[in-house]
Design a protein around this ligand. Structure first.
Ligand code: ZN
Length: 189
């Protein structure tokens, strides 16, 4: 549960900590504004991907399904700074598929909380396997981390790429090659 009052108190303390005047005009409403924003940024903690992934429909095909370029915004749990980019999801159906928008909703559930990119990638793959039971799933995430671009080593534009493979993707390297061929195919760009 998001506790507005605690967040407001913490933001006031934080502002004082960096030497700000919490009562000046520009900052007076900031604690409340941040508390309300947290509902949106961290609301994924109160959601379950099962809601989205259990609405499946039957198919005969077991051809790979790819949903690419799912834009997401998340927050790094080490610095509480944004990281954002694109997720690409592939799965091999075992008699059932989900509506494509449900894959994007699943990414949202796990992105809207404090995260690590590796963990986000794995959680999406695990949710697909658990709730949809495909033959296999592959999730690839490419993201830019503000904690690497606006501080620290300051390398704007650098991207971190993570991948999680489950089921048949773990045992059959040809499937992963096929995923990359399809991902890079001109028709999809
Ligand atoms: Zn970070």
């Amino acid at each position: 549960m998001i506790d507005h009052e605690k967040i407001e108190q913490a933001v006031r303390l934080f502002l004082e900590g960096i030497g700000e005047d919490v009562l000046r005009e520009g900052l007076i409403d900031t604690p409340d504004r941040i508390a309300r924003m947290c509902e949106e940024l961290y609301g994924g903690m109160e959601e379950d991907a099962e809601v989205h992934l259990s609405k499946t429909f039957s198919v005969d095909s077991s051809e790979m399904v790819i949903e690419r370029d799912i834009t997401f915004y998340s927050t790094c749990e080490h610095h509480i700074l944004p990281f954002y980019g694109k997720a690409h999801i592939a799965y091999i159906p075992d008699g059932k598929v989900v509506g494509l928008s449900k894959l994007a909703r699943t990414v949202e559930v796990f992105a809207r909380r404090l995260q690590l990119q590796e963990q986000l990638t794995g959680q999406i793959a695990d949710a697909l396997m658990e709730y949809m039971q495909p033959k296999g799933a592959l999730v690839m995430v490419e993201a830019e981390h503000m904690c690497m671009t606006m501080r620290g080593i300051k390398k704007p534009g650098s991207r971190t790429v993570t991948m999680a493979k489950r089921g048949v993707f773990e045992s059959d390297p040809a499937l992963e090659e096929r995923f990359f061929r399809l991902l890079n195919a001109g028709a999809l760009r």
